[in-house]
Design a protein around this ligand. Structure first.
Ligand SMILES: Nc1ncnc2c1ncn2[C@@H]1O[C@H](COP(=O)(O)OP(=O)(O)O)[C@@H](O)[C@H]1O
Ligand SMILES: [Mg+2]
Length: 267
């Protein structure tokens, strides 16, 4: 095993992912540097979520390797993968909270499942995570009582419960009003700057991409592979590929995708 400190946090080599025999994306290679915010971009249906599923251990790649701190993530046993995966925090689009549990209970759940901590320690950690994301630290409310933005922050508090080295987001600001989306961006930046958390983010919200991402990859639906690498800003300004250029220079992206999410609850 390689324990040197100069590995990328996440190293993807010649990765192909798909369902059954159908490849959704193929021959992807990219590196996510420690403490960076990395974007997976591309049009709807190009395979961003599918790639993310392989990165977090939910979908076995058809080919290629994914290394976490230099260790081949899919080569070892399921147990080993689960151990590595415990260093990940994941926030899906919906926030995915258990609706029958209070916010505090949701945040406490991974701590109860995966740590030997006693109740008092868990309570203290839950309060800490909730205050970190700007929610009332008692966490007494039920998910249905929260607005869309608050629910997302509660999901983030839960994703942070085990102090992840890498945080994965799938369209974190989808469905949020522009103010809530901007606050979520600030929070992601604070996590990177305050805790050196590495962030991998699927997003098509241009304001977020330009504001917070250091690096990224652009996936193409047509050719089913990566057609650009680099920061979203560099892609916007320098990439000549017509698909990338059109995507990065389209008008008024934040807001184009809202109204839907805050309608999915009490938002
Ligand atoms: N569980 C699944 N089984 C089969 N095909 C799927 C599944 N999930 C997604 N797909 C297909 O894979 C392609 C990529 O989907 P997805 O990764 O969700 O794209 P994106 O996140 O970029 O919008 C789409 O054609 C989609 O229909
Ligand atoms: Mg998706």
């Amino acid at each position: 095993m390689d324990i040197g400190g100069d590995h990328p946090k996440l190293g993807v080599q010649a990765l192909t992912v798909g369902y059954g025999k159908r490849a959704v994306q193929q021959d992807l290679s990219f590196e996510v540097k420690p403490g960076s915010i990395f974007a997976i971009m591309g049009g709807s249906g190009c395979g961003k979520s599918t790639v993310l599923k392989a990165l977090i251990g939910l979908l076995r790649p058809s080919a290629g390797t994914i290394c976490v701190n230099g260790e081949d993530y899919w080569a070892g046993s399921e147990q080993h993968r689960a151990d590595l995966g415990r260093r990940f925090g994941v926030l899906f689009q919906s926030g995915a909270l258990w609706s029958s549990m209070s916010v505090a209970e949701n945040v406490a759940l991974p701590l109860r499942m995966f740590t030997p901590l006693d109740n008092a320690s868990i309570d203290a950690l839950v309060r800490l995570k909730l205050s970190l994301v700007g929610l009332p630290s008692d966490g007494a409310r039920m998910p249905a009582e929260l607005s869309g933005g608050m629910r997302k922050r509660a999901g983030l508090a839960r994703a942070l419960s085990l102090d992840p080295e890498i945080l994965f987001f799938d369209e974190p600001s989808a469905g949020l009003d522009p103010g809530s989306a901007a606050r979520l961006d600030d929070l992601i930046l604070e996590l990177r700057d305050g805790f050196n958390t590495t962030v991998v983010l699927v997003s098509h919200e241009l304001p977020s991409l330009f504001t917070i991402c250091d690096d990224g990859v652009f996936l193409d639906a047509e050719t089913r592979t990566a057609i650009a690498h680099g920061s979203p800003k560099a892609m916007r300004d320098d990439c000549k590929h017509p698909v990338v250029h059109a995507f990065m220079n389209r008008e008024g992206s934040r807001g184009s995708n809202q109204t839907k999410g805050d309608a999915d609850g009490s938002g």
